[in-house]
Design a protein around this ligand. Sequence first.
Ligand code: NAP
Length: 205
Amino acid sequence: MKIGIIGAGNVAKALAKGLIQTGHEVQIGARDTSKLMSWTIAPSVTLKEAAQFGQILILAPNFAGVEDAIQSADPTLFVDKVIIDVTNPIAIENGKFTLTIGTNDSAGEYIQRLLPNSHVVKAFNTVGAALMTQPEIVGGADMFIAGNSEIAKNTVTTILQSFGWRVRDLGGIENSRWLEALVMVGIAYGMKHQVQHNAFQLKTA
Ligand SMILES: NC(=O)c1ccc[n+]([C@@H]2O[C@H](COP(=O)([O-])OP(=O)(O)OC[C@H]3O[C@@H](n4cnc5c(N)ncnc54)[C@H](OP(=O)(O)O)[C@@H]3O)[C@@H](O)[C@H]2O)c1
């Protein structure tokens, strides 16, 4: 499929590489395309060009910039598309990581409100960029998703399974609240134990 990535940082590059390796066409949308001139794995284009290109769009800016990035890309280009939201509303306060929204709202819901005619699926946010398309590094981990459209979640599930993830669907986009909070578990554990990579696995009885 043609996939446009909005945002051009570590996550965008990791996903672009993995998606190309699994047969997709990818364009990365950057607000400053000159920053990616030496990065040749996927074409880097403007935010609007990436949004135009993608049948599926991945939102991968910092959460604080997400609304601005959507506006720059042109929200009409998101209509009726599957939007994969990888963002985490994380900030550092008093030297510690924290969520800027949570419990009764989430980045996933905020983005779905910004794009009411798009099909937002929260995915990839619970693992670091290095693991996103290579789950075998930790072995047997799960990828959790949330979103209101079953069809969109099926599309995202197919992509995730092509990378080797077992997919755990939590339900509607409001469950992004718990996926974004889960990230804090990984960060806290990683900082205390100096673990660079971690992922989660849900056991059911
Ligand atoms: N890194 C991880 O392992 C990881 C894992 C899971 C989820 N996430 C989430 O994924 C998102 C991206 O993380 P990252 O590590 O890739 O961050 P990053 O390397 O800092 O890259 C962020 C990208 O967002 C762009 N950006 C920021 N504000 C923008 C705006 N207003 N308009 C357009 N582009 C804008 C930046 O552009 P400039 O270069 O021009 O500033 C940069 O290309 C974040 O929401 C993060 O919480 C990250």
